[in-house]
Write a protein that binds this ligand. Sequence first.
Ligand code: P6P
Length: 337
Amino acid sequence: MHPITVTEHLLLHQKKSPMATGQFTSLLNELILSAKVISREVNKAGLGDILGETGEQNASGDTVKRLDEFAHRILVHRMERAGVLCAMASEEQADVIQIPAKFPKGEYILVMDPLDGSSNIEANVSIGTIFSIYRSQAKDLDRDMDLSDLLQKGSEQVAAGYFIYGSSTVMVYTTGRGVHGFTLDPSVGEFLLSFSDVQTPDQGKIYSVNEAYWHYWDGTTQRVVSAFKDPNSDLGRLYSLRYIGSLVADFHRNLLYGGVFMYPTDYRDPKNPKGKLRLLFEAAPLAKIAEEAGGMATDGVNRILDLDPRELHQRTPLFIGSRRDVQKVKDIYEQGS
Ligand code: P6P
């Protein structure tokens, strides 16, 4: 069978979506072009002089690796002139990114983590770009956008996805009509459909969490993690712990094989009591994908997609993956409260 490219897939979708304008398809195509450039740099990172750290810190206080900065610059440069956005936000920049007046604007807002997991770059571990697309609620698209335009619930996303740069470069995205995966064929430079309408297993055999924080979790969180190690729990199966320490890689494996990824609140850093992961840049887009694939995503109590963001770089605890596994997490937090 002739594998279809992501562009053909988008055009097919565009025909089926009465609301769709070419703007959305064009937005995703610009994102795809950016990802191809980032993929090329990531895949030769071990060779170039691009490795190492800039020494600067990003909006969330993480030390920025040069590839982080490179990915951020590539995405901002390409997306600001695409004529489809009225604003952007990046995990690498504290404030809202305005579209310069010299470029045409569109109705969409792009929220992105340009290169998540970058602390793993030197170890050749898979890393990724995560993106969310919202529609602006603003009447006047020519004005500068402010925080209120960006702080939308995850349920408002019109699309979400990620690129994972690993043994191959894979794009996974949803526009609310299923989750679809495409693998980059470097010989032709095209993303070819490799996973159509992904459905994550209802229950997995994998739990993913950094157990080193055990003593920084509250009692209920300790009971949550113990449930996946207890052979007598009502989960009724033996689980394996798999934790890469690169969110996109851990999420992608669990999406395909089943399982639950957990990044609970921990009390290591009083400045970040809500854990390390960001709601808008990481949790919300992955939650959109997880739910579209039949899974679930919660902060332990609330559905991630229902959370009302108050700050651009707001953190949140995250439990995401197979429905039965995430429900088990919710049940224990409910009992514990
Ligand atoms: P920890 C990578 O730095 C990252 O932001 C995510 O990709 C990953 O899931 C998490 O941090 C790992 O954090 O605290 O377990 O090292």
